[in-house]
Design a protein around this ligand. Structure first.
Ligand SMILES: [Zn+2]
Length: 125
């Protein structure tokens, strides 16, 4: 990938990391708060959830899920940033071809080109 493109992606990933980071902090606070409402006893909160499908607990669980997904995404963005530093960003880890810029723009943390991604998904099912 050309240096100018790498620099552009570096800026995009930096922005994206900042955005995810902020939303992660916000949601981690909500989890902490909800945890206090349950007396910090997560196991008890979970068993209550089985008995009573309360909306608070529903929110509690989706919040955890969201934070986990966002947390994982943040990690992927860190990895992508590392590849920018190494100069390997945008190279498919399957076939080592250049991943299209359109694909990278849509998915900044993409590690596989479209062909390899589709093959991976076919193999999974
Ligand atoms: Zn590939």
């Amino acid at each position: 990938m050309r240096k100018t493109s790498l620099e552009r992606f570096r800026a995009l990933i930096t922005d994206e990391k900042e955005r995810v980071d902020k939303s992660l902090v916000k949601h981690t606070k909500i989890i902490h708060h909800e945890g206090e409402d349950f007396g910090g006893d997560l196991a008890k909160a979970h068993s209550n959830h089985m008995a009573d499908q309360g909306s608070d607990e529903f929110q509690y669980e989706t919040t955890i899920h969201f934070a986990t997904t966002e947390g994982r995404y943040l990690y992927q963005l860190d990895q992508a940033m590392q590849r920018i530093e190494d100069g390997t960003y945008g190279k498919c880890s399957g076939c080592e071809k250049q991943i299209s810029l359109e694909r990278l723009r849509a998915k900044l943390d993409a590690r596989l080109c479209i062909e390899c991604k589709e093959r991976e998904e076919r193999d999974r099912y």
